[in-house]
Ligand binder design. Structure first.
Ligand code: ASP
Length: 316
């Protein structure tokens, strides 16, 4: 197993074999998490601090569970109550925490690049739990694991990513990962929500759902990221649902066994029909949540192995 990284900041720096290494170990943790006794000691003796400067349900809960199941001492910083509110900069907060000798720092921040910057200032391993519209590597890895388990492979699949591509770090990390693993990627959404120059990425772009979904194996829906929109990108939510919302009729254009994914949180009736989201014959949305814990366990386990192999650096 080779995974020679100090941090997990994005999918961009990972090689395909490193992605496979993380997914293979994650598979083992899926089985582990289904056992009654869920205690291991891969992170025993290590301190994990979770710093979420943006709201999170699934990601924060799963990083916390992952750390606890692997025996780490886990602390969740209440960022709303922290000195950031008193004007302390991100870097000052990070330096303060660094002086307490954490081993793993899990960070979510609304600004793209903030987590990379922080990683340059601390001695511990940093995991990016989502930075602005830049990257969300563990989301792309858990999506990849979900696809690999449902489809039996992670290459030469036809995968549609639909909706608000422009504001989505989930789309960006998935695009990078699925491209590295040699899949055919289709992006579907209104031109106002499509980043400029995206065609250069080797993807096909559609603004018609029925055309874009034709014969795909995987349909990945995205949330409308209203918090990152600074103007009117869509005429109305009703109109958006009519044209781009996934329902049974539009899904009928995909392959008969196509799976439906959504990273959550979902806007039911805006980007996806609620009944379809709950249809366990098509939707793997709950599987994605389950895979999330396993992928975060595997990621922290691999980074911790590297930390332990470099004790002198950690103690500087
Ligand atoms: N939970 C994902 C993220 O943090 C997707 C979303 O918020 O729409 O990026």
């Amino acid at each position: 197993m080779r995974f020679d990284h100090r941090h997990l900041l994005g999918i961009e720096p990972l090689r395909p074999d490193e992605i496979t290494t993380i997914l293979d170990l994650s598979d083992q943790y899926v089985d582990f998490n289904r056992r009654r006794d869920k205690h291991a000691n891969a992170l025993a003796g290590l301190t994990q601090i979770n710093m979420f400067f943006e709201n999170s349900t699934r990601t924060q809960a799963s990083f916390e569970l992952a750390g606890k199941r692997l025996g780490a001492d886990v602390m969740n910083m209440a960022m709303q109550a922290s000195s950031i509110k008193k004007g302390e900069t991100l870097i000052d907060t990070a330096m303060t925490l660094n002086a307490m000798h954490p081993d793993l720092l899990v960070v979510r921040h609304p600004h793209s690049g903030a987590v990379d910057l922080l990683a340059q200032k601390v001695n511990c391993a940093v995991l990016n739990a989502g930075d602005g519209r830049h990257e969300h590597p563990t989301q792309a890895l858990l999506d990849a694991l979900t696809i690999r388990r449902a489809k039996g492979r992670l290459h030469r699949l036809s995968i549609a990513i639909c909706g608000d591509i422009a504001h989505s770090r989930v789309a960006r990390s998935n695009l990078l990962l699925l491209h590295k693993m040699e899949n055919r990627i289709r992006l579907i959404g209104p031109p106002t929500l499509m980043p400029s120059g995206i065609d250069a990425f080797g993807v096909e772009v559609f603004d018609d759902m029925r055309e874009g979904l034709k014969d795909v194996d995987v349909v990945m829906m995205l949330r409308l990221q209203k918090e990152r929109m600074d103007g009117g990108f869509i005429p109305s939510e009703r109109e958006y649902y009519h044209r781009y919302g996934l329902d049974a009729e539009k899904l009928g254009h995909a392959k008969e066994d196509a799976i439906v994914m959504h990273p959550g949180p979902m806007n039911r009736g805006v980007e996806i029909d609620g009944t379809l989201a709950d249809d366990i014959n098509r939707s793997v949305i709950q599987d994605q949540v389950e895979m999330g814990v396993a992928v975060r366990m595997a990621s922290m386990d691999l980074l911790a192995r590297n930390l332990r192999a470099r004790p002198s650096e950690v103690m500087t």
